[in-house]
Structures are given as structure tokens and as C-alpha cells.
Design a protein around this ligand. Structure first.
Ligand SMILES: [Zn+2]
Length: 338
């Protein structure tokens, strides 16, 4: 599946990584002249910090909740059945109607399993008579098995566009994504990923509002402009993207070092600052190139940073991204367990 090699920003160690970074608002967004020097200084500080200190964090990742897909409440088994059917949104005929969409003629349903629950009347073990409470028989429910229940794929429907999530604040450097023709869209997480960059469709999908996740995915794109990316989640590539994201976050006034440390530590397969620092040092030159490319492109395309932040709904081609960026289920599952 070489066409769907997503570069994921997964939750590397879900119990340890916790950060409600989207709740933090940058102190300032005055980043224009001298941003390269600022970034360089920030990067040095971060690498030094990562090489000497083990960081911890205490806040929780906040995933976006978009227009409430029914499958958000499904069991893992049913989600798998849905991914195998090749969609990230399966609903009943009636539910699609309610969302203003019609199932296309000839479309075939896929089936999920619904619990079959039956209601029984409680009886007295001695008399065999129904047990009464305030004159009414007492009932209880038993799981009598599962029955297949049809759902239709989003791809097999037509009609009104679905309601889209709009970020409260567009992250800085969105002008760079626009310049590079990247489709940026916000979606619900499927398996705990915070976002991903899909080279084949030049798309960034974000599952959290946290700007550092956008920076991470943008860094993958910038890296791909410098050298070809390896498919999947390569430790060095992830370290490059995360160090870049961490540096940009610092430049723009967000604080995410703890989370970045955990992420890089996961790929360094160690929590020792020496190992984490070693991986950082190894990729440092490339991080500088990636940072330079992003910041110089940002400056070339004008002082869009400050302005863009005021105009929340100005993401490029949101609709297009929403319908094309759905990755193949195999790729998603593989990368999440990686
Ligand atoms: Zn990544």
C-alpha cells in the first residue's frame, strides 16, 4: 500500500503522554524578522534540555469532536468491520437521511454486530411466580447474542456536505501549508492518532487543535522537500518532525517540551536523557534545514501568521481533504500499533 504511507503523529505511549496543549494560547505571535535566529537558539535549548533532563507532564490530550459520527460509540470490533469496509463513517440508511444524505442506488451495506438483548421477567425460585415490585413484574435483560446490522459507507452516499470541525484558532504557519498546496483538514481520531501527513495526497489531517501537531506534520512535508521520506514511522524522521514542532512551538510561545520529550523518547526506545539527546544530536542538521525551509517559506509568503490566526475558517480545500484523505485501513492499523 505504498500510496497510503501516512506519517503518523501517534500517541506514542498513551498512558504517559498527556497534554492539553490546545488550551494554551501563545503569549505573542509576533514572529517575523529574525525568526531563524530565534528558532536556532530555541532548538539548541531544547536539545540541551532533552540531553540532560527527563521531562514529565500531567495534562490530557484533547481530541477534537467533529460533527459526531455514530461510530464514535462503537466497539473496537465494529470499528474494525467498518475500516475493512473501507470507510471511516458508516451509518444506517435513516441516519444518513437525518444528516441530509441519501444512500446511492445499488450501494451495498456492510454489517456490524449489534447486541441482541432480551427482557425477562424475574420469577421466584420457589413458587415460579413473577416477582412483583409495586404491583409490576420485575424484569431484567440478558445478552442473547449478536445480530448483524446494516450500515452504509459515507462514500456510498450523496447529498448535503457533513458538518465540519472548525478550529477556534488556525495555527501559525498555515500560510506555508497553503503555499505548498497541502490540504489541511480536521477529523476525529480513529485510533488515538493526533494527526498525520499523507504524502500521496499531500494532505495533513489533524485530530487535535494543538498547533504543535500541525507543526509536526508540516515538518514531515518540509522534510520530504529536502530528501525522500521513508514509509511509515521512521524513528529519525519522527525525531526530526517532533524537534521541529517543539522548536516552532517555542518560537510561537507554546510550551510542549514534555510531550515532545516523551515522543522522541519513544522512538529512541529509551527514557534516558543521554539516549534521547543522542537521537536529537543525530538529526540536528536536518532539523535546522527543515526549520529554515519552513520559516523562510513563511516569511516569503508575507506576514500571514498574525492575520491568518484571526480568520479561522480559511483552511484550504477542507471539503476536498475530507473526502479524499481517508487512508486505507491497513495502513492506519499498522501504524498505530507500530
Ligand atoms: Zn510523525
Amino acid at each position: 500500500m505504498s500510496s497510503t504511507e501516512n506519517i503518523d503523529r501517534n500517541e506514542a505511549t498513551s498512558t504517559e503522554i498527556t497534554a492539553s496543549r490546545s488550551a494554551q494560547v501563545p503569549q505573542t505571535s509576533e514572529v517575523s524578522t529574525g525568526s531563524a535566529e530565534k528558532a536556532s537558539a530555541a532548538l539548541s535549548r531544547i536539545v540541551h534540555l532533552f540531553s540532560t533532563t527527563e521531562l514529565h507532564k500531567t495534562v490530557a490530550t484533547v481530541y477534537i469532536k467533529s460533527a459526531g459520527r455514530p461510530c464514535e460509540k462503537w466497539s473496537i470490533g465494529n470499528l474494525l468491520l467498518m475500516y475493512i469496509a473501507g470507510t471511516t463513517d458508516g451509518r444506517t440508511y435513516v441516519a444518513w437521511k437525518r444528516a441530509g444524505r441519501n444512500v446511492k442506488r445499488g450501494a451495498k451495506a456492510f454489517y456490524i454486530l449489534e447486541p441482541r438483548v432480551i427482557t425477562k421477567v424475574k420469577t421466584d425460585p420457589h413458587t415460579g411466580e413473577p416477582v412483583l415490585h409495586e404491583g409490576k413484574p420485575v424484569t431484567y435483560q440478558v445478552l442473547a447474542g449478536f445480530r448483524p446490522s446494516p450500515r452504509f459507507r459515507y462514500e456510498d452516499t450523496e447529498g448535503e456536505p457533513l458538518e465540519e470541525f472548525k478550529p477556534r484558532q488556525v495555527p501559525p504557519l498555515m500560510n506555508v501549508a497553503e503555499k505548498w498546496g497541502i490540504n489541511v483538514s480536521y477529523k476525529n481520531t480513529m485510533q488515538g492518532e493526533q494527526g498525520y501527513f499523507e504524502p500521496a495526497t499531500n494532505s495533513i489531517v489533524l485530530c487535535v487543535e494543538d498547533p504543535s501537531v500541525f507543526f509536526h506534520e508540516l515538518a514531515h512535508k518540509a522534510h520530504s522537500k529536502i530528501e525522500p521520506l521513508k514509509p511509515g514511522q521512521d524513528p529519525e524522521q519522527e525525531a526530526i518532525a517532533e524537534l521541529t514542532a517543539c522548536t516552532l512551538s517555542e518560537v510561537y510561545g507554546y510550551d510542549v517540551k514534555g510531550n515532545a520529550y516523551e515522543y522522541i523518547a519513544h522512538y529512541a526506545r529509551s527514557h534516558s536523557p543521554e539516549q534521547v539527546g543522542r537521537l536529537c544530536m543525530k538529526v540536528l542538521d536536518k532539523v535546522k534545514k527543515v526549520l529554515d525551509l519552513i520559516l523562510s517559506t513563511g516569511e516569503e509568503t508575507g506576514t500571514a501568521n498574525d492575520k491568518k490566526q484571526q480568520q479561522a475558517p480559511s483552511l484550504p480545500n477542507q471539503d476536498a481533504a475530507a473526502t479524499t484523505a481517508a487512508p486505507a485501513p491497513e495502513a492506519m492499523i499498522k501504524e498505530v500499533t507500530a
